[in-house]
Design a protein around this ligand. Sequence first.
Ligand code: GDP
Ligand code: MG
Length: 176
Amino acid sequence: SECEGDGLVNRKVIILGDSETGKTSLLIRFDQDKYTEGGLSATVGVGYANKIMVVEDAKVKLQIWDTAGQERFRSITRAYYRDAEALLLVYDITNRKSFSNIKGWLTEISELAKENVILLLIGNKLDLENERQVSVEEGQKIAEDSGAIFTEASAKSGEHVEHAFLSLARELLKTS
Ligand code: GDP
Ligand code: MG
């Protein structure tokens, strides 16, 4: 993708995963360092957020796109995937189904995303450790098999959220 006049590297990132896994909440936590309990309807996304990340001496501007409920119907279009250099794929560690569905998401990604797209898998809702239905090892395994970066995180507590986006930015700069 292009550089602006200021020499900033721009990268488009899209967030995918089942409804209710916390995609919008992760983006709001990252963008505004805020969290609203149950305050977001499933059909409300934030559109997108722009964030400039500094990694060592380099800067990258992430334009991160959120879905607006169309993931509920698995009706994300080819156009949405177009030009995305990175994908953030989210499941909920307290929802087994959202993890089983990762396989389907990976299939769709292999069909619709750029071939060399960077993939970050996030197991969200880490604050709900006592309701966990998916082990860390299971998350690591599927990430390894699909060449994804992996982390568990919590949009609610904020744990590992900044770190997750930083690893993504670092990876994007490597390939720029
Ligand atoms: P989306 O449909 O994937 O965009 O998910 P939302 O961001 O709308 O979140 C779905 C629900 O999960 C809301 O009630 C959120 O408050 C809640 N939620 C999101 N992230 C977390 C988290 O890290 N921990 C907990 N406990 N709840 C979360
Ligand atoms: Mg949402």
